[in-house]
Each structure stands twice: as structure tokens, then as C-alpha cells.
Design a protein around this ligand. Structure first.
Ligand code: 13P
Length: 255
């Protein structure tokens, strides 16, 4: 199974989100073999997009969540509220939030602990900066980020975890990592997870300037379980092409 996640970031209003979600549904219509598809609109559009997705094969996710369950936390949205809004997935530790909203390793860890008490699937983002990669420290950095995020988090055999490797330098830059570099880092991620005792139910996906033209070259790699797509996920023809690449790989490899 391959998983394709669209992170719509702060791009679409409610009406546009509804129209775009309908477009995604149109592009999956009539296909028996399909990758798992998750779309993550802004908070304001979650309820309306949920209505569009009811009884379809496209799932709903959120882009972030707060660090508490309920209470006096103005502006925050808790994991319980996301559950209530019909989200099955939530992105945690995106580098944009780490950089712009002070989402530290400790905060990411607190969120992971809260999610572990729910049925939502975390999409945990890790990834190094250009400088860290240039210094030859990318692998150590990503392994540390992963360890810090998952410290004390109980992941049972029944629960799912998606780790998204998103090198910061590849996000929104138009220059993705090569599939070979992504596979190498995915192997590091899997080894680190094994060391901390988290195994089978983890998927590792790649994110960073994925588009319709080259999604296939990532998705065909057995070590890449899917893609997390930003800019191209809000362009219907691009996202459709990425879903198509996922289908092609699944049919060709019978996965
Ligand atoms: P781009 O696909 O726009 O590079 O964004 C990737 C990303 O940040 C997805 O979470």
C-alpha cells in the first residue's frame, strides 16, 4: 500500500476547499486500485470537507494540533476536537511549525503522547536543514529528532504511525531530494525506530517538492511508503497525476 497525503497548508478558503476535495474525489472515481489518500485542509474548512468525504475512500487530516486536551488555550485546537471534526490523521512537527511557531522537540513529544491516547494516526515530520546536510550530520540529526519525538510514547501493534521525511531544503524549493537519498534516510529512520522498539506498523513517506512529473520515481521505491505533498496538492492536475503514479506503482508491483 502506498499513502499519498496532501498538506494544503494555508492556501484554500472554505469554498475552494470544498471544490478541491470534490476534484480529488473525481480523480479517484471508478478506480478499483487506489493508494490511501489523505487530505489536510485548514481548520476552518475541516467540517465542510468532511461532509464531502463521507463514505468515500479519501480521508481527512489536520495540519497541526494543540498540546492539551481541553481548556483555556485561546486559538488552539485539541486532538479531541480534531477527532470530533472527523479527522483520522494529524501532521505533527512540520518544519514550518518548528521554525515559525516554536514547535520544539518537547512540544512534538507532548503531542505524540496525546495522539497515542486516540485513534488518530500521527504523521510525524522530521528532516534536516541544508547546513546540517552539508556538515554530514543529516542522519544523526533525523535520528535524534525521531528519538525525541517518540520518547515515552506508547505505540502498540494496533496503532499506526506515519513518519514523513521532509528535508527542509527541499520543501517549497522546487528541488526535491533524489529518490536514492530519500531511501537512504528512510532506512536510517527504520533502523532508529527499531532501536527504540517501534516496529511493524510504521510507514515512512517522503515530502519536499514532490510533483506529478516525478512522484512515480519516489513511489516505485519499496522503501518509500508514500509521499507528503505541499504545493502540488492544491493543484488538481498535479495531485491527480500523483495519485495516478501511486496507482501505477501499486498495479505494477502488486502492493
Ligand atoms: P512542497 O511539496 O510544497 O515542497 O511542501 C512539502 C511539505 O511541506 C508537505 O508537508
Amino acid at each position: 500500500m502506498k499513502t499519498i497525503i496532501g498538506n494544503w497548508k494555508m492556501h484554500l478558503g472554505i469554498r475552494e476547499s470544498i471544490a478541491h476535495a470534490r476534484g480529488v474525489l473525481r480523480s479517484v472515481m471508478g478506480h478499483e486500485v487506489l493508494p490511501e489518500i489523505v487530505i489536510c485542509p485548514s481548520f476552518t474548512a475541516l467540517s465542510e470537507v468532511r461532509k464531502v468525504l463521507v463514505r468515500t475512500r479519501v480521508s481527512l487530516g489536520a495540519q497541526t494540533m494543540g498540546t492539551e486536551r481541553f481548556g483555556a488555550f485561546t486559538g488552539d485546537v485539541s486532538v479531541a476536537q480534531l477527532d470530533d471534526a472527523g479527522c483520522g490523521f494529524v501532521i505533527i512537527g512540520h518544519s514550518e511549525r518548528r521554525a515559525m511557531n516554536g514547535e520544539s522537540d518537547a512540544i512534538v513529544n507532548a503531542k505524540m503522547k496525546l495522539i497515542a491516547q486516540t485513534s488518530l494516526v500521527p504523521i510525524l515530520c522530521v528532516g534536516e536543514s541544508k547546513e546540517t546536510r552539508a556538515a554530514g550530520k543529516a542522519e544523526v540529526f533525523v535520528a535524534q529528532q525521531l528519538g525525541a519525538a517518540l520518547r515515552g510514547v506508547t505505540i502498540t501493534k494496533a496503532s499506526r504511525l506515519i513518519v514523513a521525511y521532509e528535508p527542509i531544503w527541499a520543501i517549497g524549493s522546487g528541488t526535491s531530494a533524489t529518490p536514492a537519498d530519500a531511501v537512504a534516510m528512510h532506512n536510517v529512520i527504520r533502523e532508529s525506530l527499531q532501536k527504540i522498539g517501534i516496529g511493524a506498523s510504521v510507514q515512512v513517506v517522503y515530502g519536499g517538492s514532490v510533483d506529478g512529473a516525478h512522484a512515480y520515481s519516489f513511489l516505485r521505491e519499496p522503501g518509500i511508503d508514500g509521499v507528503l505533498v505541499g504545493g502540488a496538492s492544491v493543484k488538481i492536475h498535479e495531485f491527480e497525476a500523483i495519485i495516478g503514479a501511486g496507482r501505477e506503482v501499486m498495479i505494477a508491483q502488486n502492493v
